[in-house]
Design a protein around this ligand. Structure first.
Ligand SMILES: [Zn+2]
Ligand SMILES: [Zn+2]
Length: 359
């Protein structure tokens, strides 16, 4: 015969099945007597007043003081293992700059019995500048990325795009927990841009990304700035020079007129008379001797009058005279176009490829 083993709760004297007892007492007494939820004894958090980071063994990014207080409490609060289906809600109330009151509500079950416990936890806030902000204010930097261009100044668009690429890399680095991922300074000049960076690694990533987008030449130089624990400390300058050509430039290459369509580590252009694709390395040496003869920026739209054989007749946009010029590859005899873009070169007019995004 199966006998259910029972005992008496020593606190309330109630008869309880042995299986239902927790720590030698009934569930009700356990909930009343034991600490089923224990807030951290010393609820004090340290916040960086500049960036809002929270110190927890190391500096961690945090959105606000309130979210730092919640993150601290949820990592430190102790909840009894005897509770099933635990649901803990924490909501912060900022009292002033030094105190946050966290309202907590615990829901769960103890031996099938539903429990709900509310508590308020006062969190004290202390302030300390984090390592990252102290490096930034100390103007700490490990690398400089210098952006220049050959035989021209970088355009406003290039500068804006490069700053955007660099900011994304710096932000991603910081999100991933790289404390040195910051700009110490950004200097803009007529001739280019200097980015001062807290991290060598981030500087290298920026160079790689900008170079794959714009091409050009990268030269690195290192300068010894000190020695610590027998380790030499270098500051690196990456000098990135963008190619002399831009998208939309018209160049004279091996006797042909070529319009540049894309820029990158490789420069791609189209021969305007036969449509052949030309690929050029964007290094300075590979572009030596190749001359720019015009730019889509100077192009004017004009009337296309006739197409005949290898020639077309257009209206000179400046003089309104009808002139005959060689036919570009993108116009054929059956073309129904009545407009064409032309630029004026020393040798006369030339029809160029229209493109919506050409600047
Ligand atoms: Zn009891
Ligand atoms: Zn900070």
């Amino acid at each position: 015969m199966n006998e259910i083993r029972k005992n008496f709760c020593p606190l309330c004297g109630k008869e309880v099945e042995l299986e239902e007892m927790i720590c030698g007492m009934c569930a009700e007494c356990y909930i009343k007597k034991e600490k089923i939820i224990e807030p951290p004894r010393d609820s004090k958090i340290t916040i960086c007043p500049r960036c809002g980071s929270l110190y927890e063994g190391g500096w961690k990014k945090s959105k606000s003081i309130e979210s730092a207080a919640i993150s601290f409490i949820s990592s430190k609060i102790l909840i009894s293992n005897e509770i099933d289906d635990v649901e803990l809600n924490l909501s912060p109330e900022r009292l002033n700059s030094k105190r946050v009151l966290v309202h907590g509500c615990l829901k769960g079950k103890v031996k099938g019995e539903v429990i709900e416990k509310k508590m308020d936890i006062l969190v004290h806030v202390a302030y300390n500048i984090c390592d990252r902000c102290s490096r930034i204010s100390g103007r700490y930097y490990e690398s400089i990325v210098q952006i220049r261009a050959y035989e021209r100044n970088p355009t406003k668009l290039e500068i804006e795009e490069i700053k955007k690429i660099a900011s994304e890399i710096v932000n991603n680095g910081y999100e991933r927990g790289d404390e040195k991922s910051f700009f110490t300074d950004i200097k803009e000049f007529e001739k280019g841009l200097d980015l001062y960076l807290g991290s060598k690694k981030i500087a290298k990533q920026i160079c790689k990304s900008v170079r794959s987008r714009y091409g050009g030449d990268l030269v690195d130089s290192a300068k010894l700035v000190g020695e610590k624990d027998g380790k030499k400390n270098y500051r690196v300058t990456h000098s990135l020079r963008l190619p002399k050509f831009l998208r939309g430039d018209i160049i004279s290459y091996e006797g042909n007129i070529v319009q540049i369509r894309t820029i990158g580590t490789k420069i791609m252009g189209r021969n305007l008379s036969n449509g052949k694709t030309i690929m050029l390395e964007s290094h300075k040496d590979k572009l030596r001797g190749i001359k720019k003869v015009g730019s889509i920026k100077e192009a004017a739209e004009t009337d296309l009058i006739t197409v005949a054989g290898k020639e077309i007749q257009v209206l000179d946009p400046e003089t309104d005279e009808v002139v005959t010029i060689s036919k570009p590859y993108f116009i054929d005899d059956s073309s129904e176009k009545d407009k064409v873009k032309v630029i004026k070169m020393d040798s006369g007019l030339i029809a160029v490829l229209p493109h919506k995004n050409d600047i």
